[in-house]
Design a protein around this ligand. Structure first.
Ligand code: 5GP
Ligand code: MN
Length: 320
């Protein structure tokens, strides 16, 4: 069933024990939106936790609301109600999928055009730049006053999915959401400083290793991050975030892919980016079992890195 945000808020109010789920390899939008909604539910007196597979990535640990995050589905209560936020498909729940499905009441709040409406109750708006915009509306609909902590999380969410208000998905509503967060006390310099103007040495070295072996074929650019590179750089898995931007920003490139070898060595995760008119969610990721947005999508291919790259590139070559 598709519901409005006020209807979703009313539905949530009917439960006392709520788990809020983000997607695996959670980014700023998933982390910020889940933390803010969880803080708002707690403000209403609910028992609530934000379930983020693997926990908040290191570079987002400066955000408030860390105390409500559960890393490995290890909840201090048995949730009756589940709300997935920024989760494009059930498999994106990662190791928390079973926990989500075990909840008797399940809802989805998302902005991916590929979302299959996997909740009993769903609110999906593909035009929204970030789940954070919708989380803000949900908090308002719950009748909770926006605190500085919630606002900081939501500013990080909206900023993350728009490349700090840079990408084509940025709208007037995005700026309105950001303005509401700043008015409620979100510190723009501090938040953007942590996300965009600070990186660990290891993350910087990983970026260098990945870009040193960049591949180019007409409008397409790709690069790989191997397990050996992670080891050499001393980098974390979350350190691949935004490397793909350097590929799509190359003059003349219209589709870019970053392939990250997974720890098992038997699969690879792809970050796909495009410029208009290419739709990487619909035309590349979805046919191969992934999903995402028009200009930013992803997929995991269960094959060793080199083979997985061949699979994705063949699909990309058909599209360009
Ligand atoms: P990223 O490249 O930043 O990891 O992902 C880009 C977008 O695609 C995000 O909105 C993310 O949620 C979505 N996405 C990434 N990987 C997958 C996947 O394997 N399946 C689906 N359905 N969506 C994905
Ligand atoms: Mn998002």
């Amino acid at each position: 069933m598709n519901v409005t945000i006020p209807e979703l808020a009313g539905w949530l109010k009917g439960f006392d024990d709520i788990a809020v789920f983000g997607h695996r390899a959670p980014d700023g939008d998933a982390c910020g939106s889940c933390a803010a909604v969880t803080l708002a539910l707690r403000a209403l007196g609910k028992r609530a936790c934000a379930c983020l597979p693997g926990g908040m990535p290191e570079y987002l640990r400066f955000l408030p609301g860390q105390e409500c995050v559960v890393a490995d589905g290890d909840l201090p209560f048995a949730p009756r109600c589940a709300l997935a936020v920024d989760v494009s498909a059930p498999d994106m729940l990662g190791d928390d999928r079973a926990l989500f499905e075990a909840c008797e009441a399940r809802a989805v709040l998302d902005h991916h055009e590929s979302n299959p409406f996997f909740g009993q109750v769903n609110h999906v708006e593909p035009e929204r730049a970030a789940a954070g915009e919708m989380a803000l509306l949900l908090i308002k609909a719950l009748g909770v006053a926006l605190t500085k902590d919630m606002a900081s999380c939501l500013f990080a969410a909206v900023s993350s999915d728009t490349g700090n208000f840079n990408y084509s998905n940025t709208t007037a509503e995005t700026f309105e959401a950001a303005a509401a967060c700043v008015r409620a006390g979100a510190d723009v310099d501090r938040i953007t400083g942590y996300i965009y103007r600070t990186r660990t040495e290891a993350r910087t070295r990983l970026l260098g290793l990945a870009l040193a072996e960049l591949h180019r074929e007409g409008k397409v650019a790709w690069a790989c991050v191997t397990n050996a590179m992670f080891e050499r750089a001393g980098a974390l898995r979350c350190d691949t975030e935004r490397i793909v931007n350097y590929l799509i920003e190359i003059e003349g490139v219209e589709i870019a892919a970053l392939a990250t070898e997974q720890e098992d060595g038997a699969s690879a995760k792809f970050s796909l980016r495009s410029v208009a008119p290419y739709n990487v969610a619909r035309d590349v990721a979805q046919p191969l079992g992934g999903g995402g947005h028009e200009r930013a999508a992803g997929i995991t291919i269960h094959r060793p890195l080199a083979e997985a790259v061949d699979v994705v590139l063949s699909r990309v070559r058909e599209v360009v």
